[in-house]
Design a protein around this ligand. Structure first.
Ligand SMILES: Cc1cc2nc3c(=O)[nH]c(=O)nc-3n(C[C@H](O)[C@H](O)[C@H](O)COP(=O)(O)OP(=O)(O)OC[C@H]3O[C@@H](n4cnc5c(N)ncnc54)[C@H](O)[C@@H]3O)c2cc1C
Length: 131
């Protein structure tokens, strides 16, 4: 069921067992996994944008600027799918060196090993058609 809050004059309240905020790739996958893992429970996915990029909310939030940081207009998209509406579509694994710390940045290793990630990569490639 899809409820479009822009077209309702008096919004109703809804209760869900799980509520995911944000319908980008992360939110959509979390919502889908919750549906699979907890059948019989209700899952709400709340998206602030619309079904397409050409929506009022997205247009209004395009021109964001900070004093010393320029932000590209396509770096965020407020619509179902989020930034995947304009992304490059490259879905690939991290490599070992990417999750290791960088001495020159004084950054530490990720607390997640490549081996731990690997079982999720296998799940993602089987269930989400990514490499
Ligand atoms: C130009 C570009 C190219 C890219 N190319 C690649 C690539 O090739 N490969 C790759 O892996 N990654 C790529 N990325 C990065 C990738 O697109 C993002 O990391 C990913 O899409 C982020 O997904 P997300 O769900 O975390 O966030 P988002 O995609 O930002 O989604 C967040 C969603 O939440 C909604 N939202 C925000 N606030 C609220 C609120 N208060 N209430 C309700 N909803 C809200 C937004 O409308 C949006 O739909 C690219 C990014 C850009 C900008």
């Amino acid at each position: 069921m899809r409820i479009d809050y822009q077209s309702v004059s008096k919004p109703k309240s809804y209760a869900f067992d799980f509520c995911v905020i944000g319908g980008g790739v992360a939110g959509i996958i979390v919502a889908r996994e919750l549906v699979k893992k907890f059948p019989g429970n209700s899952v709400g996915l709340i998206e602030s944008g619309d079904m397409t990029l050409d929506n009022l909310h997205n247009r209004a939030l395009k021109d964001v600027s900070f004093s010393d940081l320029s932000i590209k207009r396509n770096s965020r998209e407020f619509a179902l799918g989020g930034a995947t509406n304009t992304w490059g579509g490259l879905c690939t694994h991290f490599e070992d060196f990417e999750i290791q710390g960088r001495n020159y940045l004084e950054a530490h290793d990720w607390p997640v090993s490549y081996e731990a990630l690997n079982k999720y990569y296998q799940y993602a490639s089987q269930n989400y058609d990514v490499a």
